[in-house]
Design a protein around this ligand. Sequence first.
Ligand code: PGA
Length: 250
Amino acid sequence: MRQSYVAGNWKMHKTIAEAVSLANELAEGLKRSPNKLMVAPPFTALSAVGPAIAAGGILLGAQNMASELEGAHTGEISVRMLKDLGVRVAIIGHSERRHVYNESDELINQKVQLALTEGMEVILCVGETLDEREAGDVERVVGTQLRAGLSGVENVSLDQVTIAYEPVWAIGTGKTATPEDADAVHRYIRGWFAETYESDAAENIIVQYGGSVKPDNIAALMKMENIDGALVGGASLKAETFLPICRFND
Ligand code: PGA
């Protein structure tokens, strides 16, 4: 049985004081949750948010990490620096990193491999653009992102890996994929794991949906057979919207 996994990506929002205030509200509201939960504040708030969410059993996540361990990389943040702050999970290959900051599948794979080697969990994001969907290319695009992103990753490391399917056209737009459309891609992703890895991989891999997840659509999404959780952007910025998403199965 796969555990439900809800993660909040705060993107480039919140001062330290604002982040701690939200973290305290979440920790208080999620103490008895049966679900796996994570929040990824901006780097500047990681050290303050970590202790605040620990009481709620919420994992600390990073929105990105460097592809190298250390060295002359101005402005980058290493996986070891993140571990130092108590970060347990890194979001890698978010569509904003791919499309706005031109991260390639090769760079994303380097980050994934480094994170796994360093004992960090990973949420690897995949998803198609609107043009790709309209061209009927969803499976080819998602398949390529999985193959490239997980290149060199062995079966034994898969318990550190979560996949987030985030159609680019649904992120921050208010347009959600229908639960059926999302489930079809999730099923394809699970099938890809069945073909690529040992037999239990497809059954065990957690696949989150992301893209305009809100309190009023989470239940319908989570009812689908292959949707195991959510990666939430905008609605994770307020306790009043993130708490009901995290507690969809209360
Ligand atoms: P959204 O963002 O929930 O605001 O659409 C999702 C994401 O970018 O992970």
